[in-house]
Design a protein around this ligand. Sequence first.
Ligand SMILES: Cc1ncc(COP(=O)(O)O)c(C=O)c1O
Length: 378
Amino acid sequence: MLSIQTTQLNIPTGMIDLGIGQPSPSLLPLDILRQAADHRLSQADPSLLAYGAEPGDGYFRLALAEFLSRHYGAAVSADHLFVTAGASQGLDLVCTLYTQPGDTVFVEEPSYFLALRIFADHHLKVVGIPMDGDGLSIEALEAKLVEHRPVFLYTVPVFHNPSGLTLSAARRNRLVELSEQYDFLIVADEVYQLLTHNSAPPPPLISFDRLGTVLSLGSFSKILAPGLRLGWLQGRPALLDRFINSGLLDSGGGLNPFTSAIVRSVIESGWQEKHLNQLNRVYQQRAAALSSAARRLLPENVSFVEPYGGFFLWLQFPEAVDVERLLPDLRQRNLNVQPGVKFSSRNGLRNYARLCFAYYDIEDLEEGVARLAGALTP
Ligand SMILES: Cc1ncc(COP(=O)(O)O)c(C=O)c1O
């Protein structure tokens, strides 16, 4: 029988793939989208089928601004929002508009591996800055700024992918000061800002911006559904003008007018709020179960920081372990993880692995850790 693939994933039967970084199918809110689409399409207003306004649908941006203001605890103006087709597309557009091949960009070491792919598409030179328990090391950044002139620093300041770490408030202030002093842009990928369990992270990096050196990437992929391909850029209007007046927008109009009109109904009806609360309840339980299984079942020399938000647990193995070389054995045991080396800009981090708690339920997470423990103990 012809098998037609409909999603990015193609998981072999029986495999527990803890390398996957997305929500379980059971958490994708078909009912909410059905009701929101019914509501929006019964308004007798065909404007969502026309080329959209360049910054994005104005009513959607107002609804999003109100939603973010409530969650960020600081006023977000609709004029500071530009609608994208997701954080990845926003980042790609930043590269298109701000960089030339050969330019230098700074990333964290480790960094979100698929952002590294986007930088490779744009032929950028990537320099990694180490992290510690409080996120990006400011000291290491200052040292690198003496050697290089980056166009921008790409950072995941909250519930970092893959490490789960969060940049402290003090470092956020200092980072913004440095961006002003050395004249580089901070591209803050804040897609996990709202995915928090029991205590709130510091305010988003964009709220530390003073002179327009920060651009924030947001996305509905993590709080509603990745298939929507809907996200936003937040920044000063002077920064957003470059996007609004780009050739892409001039030709195609604003991004995603149809989807954003429907998601406007999701927000205005309060469904987004309810869904986010549900996700955070589920993810909190899964993160706790994964951490507890890792503590119980893995050897003592495997360490990690228990995550309180985001999607990921970042395991550190003894130096001698190369997770990439362990993969064939793990796959024999019907298990997969993301090896640390994928997140390195310099072929390092070989003794790390990223495990995701967003895709599988508790039973599978525990079974996955048991399989990993089996591969580690002779
Ligand atoms: C840090 C980070 N940025 C961006 C993305 C992708 O976001 P989007 O689906 O909005 O393109 C992900 C998804 O895994 C992510 O972890």
